[in-house]
Ligand binder design. Structure first.
Ligand code: ADP
Length: 161
C-alpha cells in the first residue's frame, strides 16, 4: 500500500541536513511531499516561491519527492492531501522538547496522521538554516552544508555573485 509522508518546515533556506532527512525518508515512504509553511513569526530571507524553487532544484534526483507550499494548519493540510505521516528531523536535545509539544498538539488535531522522526546525520547535527544565513551574510564557506542551488541563491541575496 502506498504511503505518503509530508516533510514540513520553513526551509529558509533548505540545507543538506533537510536534504538528508528527505533522502532517507524517500527510501521508506512511497511518496514524500516537502511543504514550505510560511511561519509568520519568523521574518524570512527567501520568499515562499523562492524556497519552493530551491527545494525542487535540490531534490530533482529523487523521483518520489514533490514540493509544495501552504499557509493552513499542518494537520488540516495533511488531511487535505490524504497523508499517512509527517516526517521531521531531530538534531539535539533542544529540538526534542519543541517537537514533543508540536507532535502532541498535532495528534490532538488529527489522530489519523502519525509523526515520525529521523535522527540527523552526525555531520549535520549542528547545522541550521539560521546559522547558514549568518555565515553566508559574511561570504563564509558553506559548501558541503547546502545544495549548490542554495549556495548560489545565498550569494545572490548577499550580493557576492
Ligand atoms: P521549522 O521552522 O518547522 O522548525 P525548519 O526548516 O527549521 O522548520 O526545519 C524543518 C525540519 O527539519 C525540522 O524537523 C527540523 O528539526 C529539521 N532539521 C533542520 N535542520 C536539520 C539538520 N541539520 N538535520 C536534521 N534535521 C534538521
Amino acid at each position: 500500500m502506498s504511503k505518503l509522508a509530508i516533510v514540513p518546515g520553513s526551509f529558509d533556506p533548505f540545507t543538506n541536513g533537510h536534504l538528508d532527512i528527505v533522502e532517507r525518508g524517500a527510501k521508506i515512504f512511497s511518496n514524500i511531499l516537502v511543504t514550505v509553511f510560511n511561519n509568520q513569526s519568523k521574518s524570512p530571507l527567501f520568499s515562499v516561491e523562492e524556497r519552493v524553487q530551491l527545494i525542487r532544484e535540490s531534490t530533482k534526483h529523487l523521483p518520489n519527492v514533490s514540493v509544495d507550499s501552504s499557509d493552513i494548519l499542518l494537520m488540516d493540510y495533511a488531511r487535505e492531501k490524504n497523508a499517512d505521516a509527517v516526517l521531521r528531523g531531530l538534531r539535539a536535545v533542544s529540538d526534542f522538547e519543541y517537537e514533543m509539544q508540536i507532535t502532541s498538539m498535532n495528534r490532538k488535531l488529527n489522530k489519523d496522521v502519525e509523526t515520525f522522526f529521523i535522527m540527523t546525520n552526525n555531520q549535520y547535527s549542528f547545522l541550521s538554516s539560521s546559522m547558514i544565513k549568518e555565515i553566508a551574510k559574511y561570504n563564509g564557506d558553506i559548501s558541503g552544508l547546502v545544495p549548490d542551488a542554495v549556495d548560489e541563491a545565498l550569494k545572490g541575496k548577499f550580493n557576492f555573485l
